[in-house]
Design a protein around this ligand. Structure first.
Ligand SMILES: [Zn+2]
Length: 150
């Protein structure tokens, strides 16, 4: 399930390097972290299953992480922005990246060491934007505090 999220700056890109599950190549995986989402109060939202991004953001992401692409997912039955392997092109689905404790974007919350393995960088954004995506809350503030700023 996705929602239209009205997001005000700042917006962050978070990521890390993992090994492709199919060919073992090193690959970057990324997602967006939004501390200021309308109707979410103080919660820091971690976005997943991103279905729609405004153009200013897609051009930024294309330059920064060209392997983060709009792909068709069999699991989701729809297109969404997914992390793909630079070597073999296979998709590492958001379910795998977000849904299990210990997954790249689901650091075990009692352990800030896992959040520290993520990097974080601010996305240049001057005005509020709308993104269509799923979101999770709760671990966003740990990531915002502990991830390595680049
Ligand atoms: Zn691969």
């Amino acid at each position: 399930m996705t929602d239209e999220l009205k997001i005000s700056p700042p917006l962050y890109l978070i990521g890390k390097k993992i090994h492709c599950w199919r060919c073992s190549a090193r690959m970057p995986v990324v997602t967006l972290l939004a501390p200021s989402v309308e109707d979410m109060g103080e919660e820091v939202c971690i976005l997943s299953n991103v279905r729609y991004l405004p153009n200013e953001l897609t051009s930024y992401l294309q330059k920064r992480v060209p392997t983060y692409k709009l792909k068709h997912s069999k699991t989701e039955g729809e297109k969404y922005y997914a992390n793909t392997c630079p070597e073999c092109g296979v998709l590492s689905g958001d379910f795998f990246l977000h849904s299990e404790p210990g997954a790249p974007f689901f650091p075990e919350d009692e352990d800030e060491e896992e959040a520290k393995l993520l990097y974080i960088t601010e996305v240049p954004l001057s005005t509020p934007i709308t993104i269509r995506a799923s979101y999770s809350m709760g671990l966003g503030d740990v990531i915002l505090k502990s991830a390595k700023r680049i």
